[in-house]
Design a protein around this ligand. Structure first.
Ligand code: GRF
Length: 201
């Protein structure tokens, strides 16, 4: 059984999707061993408490520098003893030191079909660009911003009457399927990475 730690900054619906998938048996090879958050008001904290998952709060504003924060984060990540770290709405960029320390062990969910629309407000970027298909991507984290090898993607149509909110909701529904699937694949040891390509074994 692999140990899975989740990093989340806010609402935590993807975190909840992972918890639910572990309960329902969709994820059979992983157990959630901790939530790490940078936001004392993150709703994800309440979800973790309800599920009996230990929470590690690293309030960014309580650290004197970014370096100090990152050292704290590395300690917290090691403290979970996790095999896999899932960024589920974690709103800070991980420094290169963290990425290399946990290379190949961090995955992220992004609400766009990467490599299009990395960064913030991906759904708004998609609407403004006028694409007809949008979606979500689960990828491994490398030093870049949303640039790591892609594990899974799902697409949704963009409708003429869409707002940022309606499109985000449609994508989020797919995120909640895609992320648990990617977690299960990782925990089963079925992900092999060659250069930029991810092979599902
Ligand atoms: C999701 O849209 C995810 O793709 C993005 O941040 C959002 C987090 O939502 N990285 P939630 O906190 O999981 O509800």
């Amino acid at each position: 059984m692999k140990r899975v730690a989740v990093l989340a900054s806010g609402r935590g619906s993807n975190f909840q999707a992972i918890i639910d998938a572990m309960k329902s048996g969709e994820i059979t090879s992983g157990q959630c061993c901790g939530l790490i958050t940078d936001n004392p008001d993150a709703y994800a904290i309440i979800m973790a408490r309800e599920a009996g998952i230990p929470v590690s709060l690293l309030d960014y504003h309580c650290f004197s520098s970014r370096e100090e924060y990152e050292c704290g984060l590395i300690r917290a990540m090691h403290g979970t003893n996790a095999d896999l770290f899932v960024l589920a709405g974690y709103m800070r960029i991980l420094g290169t030191k963290i990425v290399s320390e946990f290379a190949g062990k961090i995955m992220n969910i992004h609400p766009a079909l990467l490599p299009s629309f990395p960064g913030l407000h991906a759904q708004r970027q998609a609407l403004e660009c006028g694409v007809k298909v949008a979606g979500c991507t689960v990828h491994l984290v490398d030093e870049g911003m949303d640039t790591g090898p892609i594990i899974l993607q799902e697409c949704v149509p963009v409708l003429q009457e869409d707002t940022e909110e309606s499109l985000s909701d449609r994508i989020l529904f797919r995120e909640h399927r895609c992320l648990p699937r990617a977690v299960q694949l990782f925990c089963e040891g079925r992900i092999r990475v060659e250069e930029r390509r991810v092979y599902i074994l």
